[in-house]
Ligand binder design. Structure first.
Ligand code: ZN
Length: 154
């Protein structure tokens, strides 16, 4: 374990005296499994559809994993706000924006992947990217079938 560890406890502003806490990185700190109830990690917060809403972490948990110190910041549930939910219009707008990135202006269709902005069209139109080493065994005719499957699956 690294960092200052004083087992004498810590006087905190929020929770008065905490016999198992110490101060580290300017935060009240507990060992894994010893933090107060009502404090949430990021993942716990997201699991409850909560978000920081600008609130800063108020404490942390510190433990050791493979000889490295690991820290989890903790937020006070009372400080958190409800996670924002996308409106249907926002989801439609994101879907359209992503569809626009998959659109090849040369083929005039959705090619099933985001086209490179450096090309401006799908890889079929770039001889460097879409090489055909053996003219008798062309890979070009196979591609439309693949793209049809991709667009059918989408
Ligand atoms: Zn194309």
């Amino acid at each position: 374990m690294s960092g200052p560890r004083r087992r004498r406890g810590l006087d905190t502003d929020r929770w008065a005296f905490q016999p198992l806490a110490w101060e580290q990185d300017g935060l009240p700190t507990w060992a894994y499994g010893f933090a107060l109830r009502g404090l949430l990690t990021r993942r716990q917060m997201r699991a409850e559809d909560l978000a920081p809403g600008g609130a800063l972490p108020v404490a942390q948990v510190v433990w050791t994993h493979k000889r490295h110190e690991v820290r989890a910041r903790l937020w006070d549930r009372a400080d958190l706000v409800a996670k924002r939910v996308s409106s249907p219009a926002q989801l439609v707008a994101v879907g359209l924006a992503l569809a626009a990135r998959r659109w090849c202006p040369e083929c005039r269709r959705d090619v099933g992947y985001c086209i490179r902005t450096s090309l401006g069209c799908c890889v079929r139109h770039d001889p460097d990217l879409f090489t055909d080493p053996d003219p008798d065994v062309s890979v070009v005719p196979a591609l439309p079938g693949v793209l049809e499957e991709v667009s059918r699956a989408a």
